[in-house]
Design a protein around this ligand. Sequence first.
Ligand SMILES: Cc1cc2nc3c(=O)[nH]c(=O)nc-3n(C[C@H](O)[C@H](O)[C@H](O)COP(=O)(O)OP(=O)(O)OC[C@H]3O[C@@H](n4cnc5c(N)ncnc54)[C@H](O)[C@@H]3O)c2cc1C
Length: 504
Amino acid sequence: MESLETDILIVGAGAAGLSAALHAAPRPVLLVAPEGPDGTSTAAAKGGIAAPLGRGDSIALHATDTLMAADHSGCESTTAAIVAAAADAIRFLREHGLRFDDEGGEPHLHLEAGHSLPRILHADGDRTGAAIQATLWSAARAAAHITIRRDLTAVRLQADDAGITGIVAQGLRGDNLEVHAAQTMLATGGLGQLFAATTNPRHAAGDGLAMALARGVRVAGLEFVQFHPTALYCRSDPLPLLTEALRGAGARLVADGRTFMHTLDPRGDLAPRDIVARGVWEHASHGEDVRLDATAIFGSGRAGEFPSALAACIAQGIDPAAKPIPVTCAAHFHMGGIVIDQVGRTSLPGLWAAGEVAYTGLHGANRLASNSLLEAIVIGSAAGAARRRAGGCSRRGRTGSSIAPAALDLARPEWPQLRKLMWGAMGPVRSGPALSTALARLRRLGLAVDPTQVALRQRIALAEAMLVAARARCESRGAHWRSDFPIRDPSRDGAGALGIMARP
Ligand SMILES: Cc1cc2nc3c(=O)[nH]c(=O)nc-3n(C[C@H](O)[C@H](O)[C@H](O)COP(=O)(O)OP(=O)(O)OC[C@H]3O[C@@H](n4cnc5c(N)ncnc54)[C@H](O)[C@@H]3O)c2cc1C
């Protein structure tokens, strides 16, 4: 197998990977970025980035809101540290040329659900993520210490007795290449693609987490998946997201033509995201036609306030002024991941992680909106700076097993089966018996997969670990809802119950 050596290897070029690469200068970085600047969750982010910069706001207030959303499961010290670094993260983006939308020279701050004050910064309107991605990507391309490889996809981690030594990657022609590195960082994003319905892009399939799990890394909170309540129900993959601001502006959810959210929560359609997602799920699973009635908005000349939603409807041949938009809930964000400390260190020597693939304890059992871009940039930057300070040279590891690595073959029937199975059992409403049935089916599915299908087998093992974690959590907390245990168990309160530690 061909091989190459590098000092620092970073897998993934979203907000986390790019921030890490830029902060690692002048140490040489090899950045593996198969999707280039597009196709990352960062580029898809439409809302914005949270920072406590407004009048009357404070680090303490932002941290309190974050811990409230985390449902008694957030890590206080991590939350305080990440929120305290928000101003630096915004400065870092500005220094690389990002212009936030402002009002009279001051950043215009928006209010979002769960935040007690306006503190969400936007850039280029509802294209904040794309603006961040473009800014950091051009900075990385211009940086002399960074080499970008768009032709490689990581398939598995390599290790020797002293720790992680790099990856095996697949090239565009299906050829394999070993990359040896002194330090390997995973910044591979989330795992929404493990579910049949998701807002996450194609590469957000949990590969980094799955590779690290296969090497025995410490993980936490695998059962905590946030579902977006209103994705446009259509054949696209990923599903287009219909912003929750539509409901804020008066759009109403209807099932078979009747409104229903007021029967589930006194806040009606403005109830928290997980409650609305469960409402959508319940009605859809009874075979009802669930739609978002935004006719009053799109028929009244306010369509210009929601350009992305309008464009998504038009692309699907839907006129949202004429009839309600078909919707589904969809896997959106993973709160769990590889346990890291505040500079991205994992439990495996030589392996680092940052961004959605990692678990810092910021989100606990539920994420507060717009905190994830913040976390990716803060931890990515801290991890890159820590690598800059540490010395190192590449270590040549043994090849590991004799199985020839192979890329994921998405045409294989097991992949859509896995996604359907996860959607059915690990969706917004779960139960012990359904999780057990899914686990048995998934194990049978795994046995049918050829050992050379390393990536698919790793994904199946990750899905199994998620089902096991969800089955073991006999309570409802944050985004994890068990119909057979609908109450939170206070004896499991605290970040420690999710396996968080200051040091992994
Ligand atoms: C539609 C949508 C809207 C969102 N809106 C917001 C918002 O408004 N505010 C907010 O804070 N958060 C939002 N989020 C969440 C946020 O965008 C993500 O949590 C964040 O961008 C994750 O950044 P990341 O760098 O960890 O991962 P990503 O940006 O997803 O980057 C992951 C990188 O890893 C690469 N990769 C993956 N697997 C492999 C592999 N096997 N080999 C090599 N490379 C690989 C990918 O190609 C990509 O380059 C949204 C997410 C989505 C999907």
